[in-house]
Design a protein. Sequence first.
Length: 101
Amino acid sequence: MKTILLCCGMGMSSGFLAVSIRKAVKRQNLNYKVIACSVAEIDQYLPVIDVLLVATPFANRINELKRKAADYNVKVQLIPKADYSELNGTNVLRLVQNMIA
């Protein structure tokens, strides 16, 4: 099972996007776990995730998060602005699949 973590300021908007991604995961019958949290909680999840997706408002922290995640072999990606604002779980799932392929 692959574990995907989405993060944003308080975990709320990423939580909505996580729901959309879970629906896409279910439609494709994939073995992915999708969770959401606030940026402040990322460190506790790094040991147990495979992918970290970062909300666009935190683009300025992407390099810092990549450095932290590198110690755990976690792939990090900024969520495309359009997909984030439209809660497009299908597109974000496709992004994840390309990252871990």
